[in-house]
Design a protein around this ligand. Structure first.
Ligand code: CAA
Length: 241
């Protein structure tokens, strides 16, 4: 039987590409989304991938969401914690709301969604957890103290949980994308993107969502069973850390 994969934030951007790539690789995919009903329904109609709406920053909603996915699609073998947001601004102007929204969605979500999935993976002695962190969690980024902190926190989560999962054949890995051509990156001021960011990318272009999705498919596979607690960077050479 096909393995079941849940992708958070799985209807748009990098997450949409991950959902599609996992489906193409033979998984039964469920895509979570938080708010954009129109995009989610269009994604579902186009791909046939079922969509499940809940806020990954909310523990109870995540537990209920995971239970619904498992009832409708099956026990989750592969979890891709992809959902993330930015609320950029210099620290001297950053509000508590900007800080909390980002920590909640990008870091609390890892506990909220992985915790209800984890015991099933342990009981079945198989699991793949992939966390989409960021280059900016590795190197830090001005204007993103909140986001960089959340994404660095994601890496600590992965390294600790990987040690717990190893004996049960559950791998836990992080991918750190660089600047990928999604709505999130296109929202950056064009001048900042052109003059400050693109010149720092040696390959001379933004990445494609599919370039991240292919790594997820590999990490989810049986062939990747010896890779755990790792951080895989895909950033066009922008940072070699
Ligand atoms: N690198 C270098 N310099 C930067 C910079 C950057 N990334 N971002 C801003 N600056 C510079 C500006 O060019 C400007 O310099 P000058 O005064 O010399 O022109 C100065 O900092 C002030 O910038 P702004 O006028 O833009 O200040 P602001 O208060 O209007 O906006 C900001 C601040 C919201 C942080 C805005 O600069 C911004 O959006 N910067 C980009 C931050 C960023 O890289 N976000 C990544 C989003 S994508 C993502 O997060 C996905 C991922 O994982 C990689």
């Amino acid at each position: 039987m096909a393995r079941v994969a849940l992708v958070t934030g799985g209807t748009r951007g990098i997450g949409g590409a991950i959902s599609n790539a996992l489906k193409a690789a033979g998984y039964q995919v469920a895509a979570n989304y938080a708010g954009n009903d129109e995009a989610a329904q269009a994604f579902k109609a186009e791909t046939g991938i079922p969509v499940f709406k809940w806020d990954v920053g909310d523990y109870d909603a995540s537990a209920a969401g995971v239970a619904k996915v498992e009832a409708d699609v099956g026990p989750i073998d592969v979890l891709v914690n992809n959902a993330g947001i930015t609320r950029d601004g210099f620290f001297h102007k950053m509000t508590k709301d900007q800080w909390q929204a980002v920590i909640r969605t990008n870091l609390d979500s890892l506990f909220n969604v992985t915790r209800p999935v984890w015991e099933g993976m342990r009981n079945r002695s198989f699991g793949r957890v992939v966390v989409i962190s960021s280059i900016n969690g590795q190197k830090g980024q001005m204007g993103q103290v909140n986001y960089s902190a959340s994404k660095a926190g994601d890496l600590g989560f992965v390294k600790a949980l990987a040690q717990e999962g190893a004996a049960k054949n559950i791998t836990v890995n992080a991918i750190c994308p660089g600047y990928i051509g999604t709505e999130m990156v296109k929202a950056i001021d064009e001048n900042v993107l052109k003059t400050r960011i693109l010149p720092q990318i040696p390959v001379g272009r933004l990445g494609e969502p599919e370039e991240i999705a292919r790594i997820v498919v590999f990490l989810a596979s049986d062939e990747a069973g010896f890779i755990t607690g790792s951080t895989i960077a895909a950033n066009g050479g922008q940072a070699m850390i």
